[in-house]
Design a protein around this ligand. Structure first.
Ligand SMILES: Nc1nc2c(c(=O)[nH]1)N[C@H]1C(S)=C(S)[C@@H](COP(=O)(O)OP(=O)(O)OC[C@H]3O[C@@H](n4cnc5c(=O)[nH]c(N)nc54)[C@H](O)[C@@H]3O)O[C@H]1N2
Ligand SMILES: Nc1nc2c(c(=O)[nH]1)N[C@H]1C(S)=C(S)[C@@H](COP(=O)(O)OP(=O)(O)OC[C@H]3O[C@@H](n4cnc5c(=O)[nH]c(N)nc54)[C@H](O)[C@@H]3O)O[C@H]1N2
Ligand SMILES: [Mo]
Length: 675
């Protein structure tokens, strides 16, 4: 993306995509086209705010930072170091993500840091780490999509959520390649596919095991690949063989014919499965990802040209954001905080005693849940937690019960409303930094306009707070590049190795793929061609079997409720609900439901319905359409307050990834006036 300023006034900016850049090749989505509205928005926060008697008043930076640091010390003296916490984001640059992780562990000395990527990439990350020994979302460049034979989009609606990538699917189709979509809704993406498997929500794992059954049955699996490149096939093969197609058909709603078709297409040409949040945001999300990987390993596809498994990362830095230590169990470079060798390496690098390096902390939902109990303070950078977290009613109470909530953001949002201090930060076009895209390509994000003088960058805020916490010499950064230089060295020898990457080197190429261990190393666009990242270089099958969602429909709450996105809005809506053209084209969330269900409750399109779960109720306008299963209601989560889909969702967590179950809960629905 290239942003340009009007040099005569220095105020107006326009945004266009870079025709030459190999990922999006000139394509941008509607949100990108309109992102400039935010830069000059009149709602932009320009001065630090402090809540006094329920009202926000502007205060000076020095006073805000002094008071915040004092409150942190008071909290930690009274309740211990872990009582202070940090909540980060996949929207942060690599530099910020690294610094926030260091700030939490070194300046705050707390175990409690996690981030919104827990809600996003944690299941895919867990699945890939288990199978491959490393987690790089797509282990091959996106351009490989255009050259595969069959791409299976599993619970991804990328026509709406990643429009710049659609061009590769257009090329694929022009080459007579196939696209399969797995989604309980007939989305725009599904409409364009050659095959749509419209499964029952939450049955992804079972469907994948059913496909494996068919593959074994039809002798489509690659025995020599399984033999030479993998471990542990026997146990999952036994489970798959027990997953009889008739049983799978009954639970998933996908017919045996469709299963056969899908497996044959996957087996007969180079093929890939790309997953979105559909199968991942479940209380069995990590195992569902493992099931998809099992299938591709059994078909002998992973590491072959134009083939394999990948996940379609969500946020701008969804990949880098999950590598550099803002995750509760992780240190920079994808090191693990409970691994004694990793702890020692990073403690030494930071110049602290290993015993002083905190251990693993609470995951996002658990952290929010502990607010007001053992967690007394939180610093938020890049997330609108109050809207994005399941069980939203309770979340606001939790955040409001903190002794200290500090939100760093360019705008007021539902979370900032609850804060004691709001610190006005700078936006993407005003700051330098790097992000790592969905393919593992490290690219630069450049400062193209000057920020308002009264705002500060996240890096500066963290450093200035660290100074006040007595850590000046460990946070003496003046530029993003100086943070990058420390952080790249911190990754040397780690799973996500950036050591050989520099700003200059990124500039000379179109970004650099990690791992890139040395200055003369070209980077690694494709992984797994000859080895996986486990010590024995082999991939691992995981023996996993179907289990129900944490809450299945029953007599009282008979309908599935699932959530996701509109093309026009972004995540919690904090940014897009401020852009006129986006609000005009999608002014409110709607409850998408099938005509059969609408008939049952006696409503028509455009009428308002009450949707209710065990955790709360919301009132939405109904969008009646045959493009969703009759047993399922869908709503986007882009709005807060009484329209928040997360009032209904279930905070049940995946035991491995700690991902909450955003994609399945049980609801009932009625006309607004019906009693
Ligand atoms: N326009 C837009 N683009 C975005 C974003 C945005 O908010 N708006 N957010 C960005 C981010 S952070 C992310 S993570 C990505 C997410 O991108 P996607 O993963 O494409 O987005 P979702 O809409 O959350 O979910 C995808 C699909 O999962 C389906 N689904 C629901 N339940 C199930 C299930 O049980 N199984 C299966 N297989 N599918 C199910 C939904 O019907 C939905 O169509 O998008 C990124 N891009
Ligand atoms: N029901 C349901 N809930 C979901 C999901 C779902 O599919 N269904 N999806 C989940 C997923 S995948 C995600 S990623 C989350 C996303 O939800 P959130 O974590 O709320 O993310 P955003 O809405 O993108 O909010 C980002 C905030 O960070 C600010 N921001 C952006 N960049 C920066 C920066 O560089 N510095 C600072 N200080 N602030 C910045 C923005 O102004 C905005 O206020 O929601 C999750 N919640
Ligand atoms: Mo996400």
């Amino acid at each position: 993306m290239v942003a340009t300023t009007d040099s005569s006034t220095g105020t107006s900016i326009s945004i266009r995509a870079d025709d030459e850049f190999p990922v999006n090749r000139g394509q941008m989505c509607i949100k990108g086209f309109n992102a400039h509205e935010l830069i000059a928005s009149p709602e932009r926060l320009l001065n630090p705010l402090k809540r006094v008697d329920g009202q926000f008043v502007e205060i000076a930076w020095a006073q805000a930072l002094d008071e915040i640091a004092d409150k942190i010390k008071t909290i930690q003296t009274a309740h211990g170091r872990d009582a202070m916490s940090a909540f980060g984001s996949g929207a942060l640059t690599n530099e910020k993500a690294y610094l926030l992780g260091k700030f939490a562990r070194v300046a705050l000395g707390t175990a409690n840091i996690d981030y919104n990527g827990r809600y996003c990439m944690s299941s895919a990350a867990a699945g890939q780490n288990r199978a491959f020994g490393v987690d790089r979302g797509m282990p091959f460049p996106v351009e490989d999509i255009a050259s595969t034979g069959c791409a299976m989009l599993w619970g991804s609606n990328l026509t709406d959520t990643l429009p710049p990538i659609m061009q590769y699917f257009d090329t694929l189709r022009a080459r007579s390649g196939r696209v399969i979509v797995v989604d309980p809704r007939r989305t725009e993406t599904a409409r364009q596919a050659d095959l749509h498997l419209q499964l029952t929500p939450g049955t992804d794992l079972l469907l994948a095991n059913g496909l494996l059954h068919v593959a074994i049955d039809e002798q489509l699996i690659d025995l020599s690949y399984i033999e030479s490149r993998t471990n542990d096939f026997a146990a999952i093969a036994a489970i798959a063989l027990r997953s009889h197609p008739a049983y799978v058909e009954r639970l998933t709603g996908v017919s045996l014919d469709q299963m056969r078709q899908a497996v044959r297409w996957l087996a007969e040409t180079p093929s890939m499965i790309l997953s979105g949040r559909g199968p991942e945001q479940q209380s069995k999300g990590a195992d569902s990802v493992s099931a998809l990987i099992n299938l591709m390993l059994a078909l002998g596809k992973v590491g072959k040209p134009f083939s394999g498994y990948g996940t379609l990362t969500g946020q701008g830095n969804g990949q880098g954001g999950r590598e550099h230590g803002q995750k509760a169990d992780q240190l920079v470079g994808y090191r693990l905080i409970e691994n004694p060798v990793h702890r020692q390496q990073i403690a030494e690098f930071w110049g602290i005693d290993e015993a002083d390096l905190p251990r693993k902390g609470k995951s996002a939902v658990e952290l929010v849940d502990a607010c007001g109990d053992d967690v007394r303070g939180m610093l938020v950078m890049g997330s609108n937690i109050a809207v994005a977290t399941p069980g939203a009613n309770n979340v606001k109470e939790r955040l409001a019960s903190l002794d200290l909530l500090v939100v760093c953001d360019s705008f007021m949002n539902d979370t900032a409303e609850l804060a004691h201090y709001v610190l006005p930060t700078q936006q993407w076009a005003e700051e330098d930094g790097t992000v790592t895209n969905l393919e593992g390509r490290v690219i630069r994000r450049r400062r193209v306009i000057d920020p308002p003088a009264s705002t500060r960058g996240d890096v500066e805020i963290l450093c200035q707070l660290a100074v006040r916490l007595g850590m000046a010499e460990k946070f003496a950064f003046t530029t993003a590049e100086s943070v990058f230089d420390e952080f790249r060295r911190a990754t040397a020898g780690a799973p996500a190795d950036y050591n050989g990457i520099s700003y200059d080197k990124i500039d000379q190429h179109d970004g650099i793929f990690w791992p890139c261990p040395a200055a003369d190393h070209p980077g690694t666009p494709r992984l797994f061609a000859t080895e996986f990242a486990h010590p024995d270089a082999r991939a691992r099958f995981l023996a996993i079997d179907h289990r129900p969602a944490a809450e299945e429909p029953d007599d009282e709450y008979p309908i599935f409720f699932t959530t996701g996105r509109y093309r026009e809005h972004y995540n919690s809506g904090a940014q897009t609900r401020k852009v006129d053209i986006l609000v005009r084209s999608k002014p409110e969330p709607k409850a998408q439901l099938h005509p059969l269900l609408a008939d049952q409750i006696g409503i028509t399109d455009g009428e308002r319905v009450v949707v209710e779960s065990r955790r709360g109720r919301i009132v939405l306008v109904a969008h009646v359409t045959p493009e969703i299963r009759p047993d399922t209601i869908f709503a986007p989560f882009h709005w807060g307050g009484r329209q928040s889909a997360n009032i209904l969702t279930n905070p049940a967590l995946d035991p491995t990834s700690r991902m909450p179950e955003f994609k399945i809960c049980a609801v009932r629905v009625r006309q607004v006036d019906a009693t």
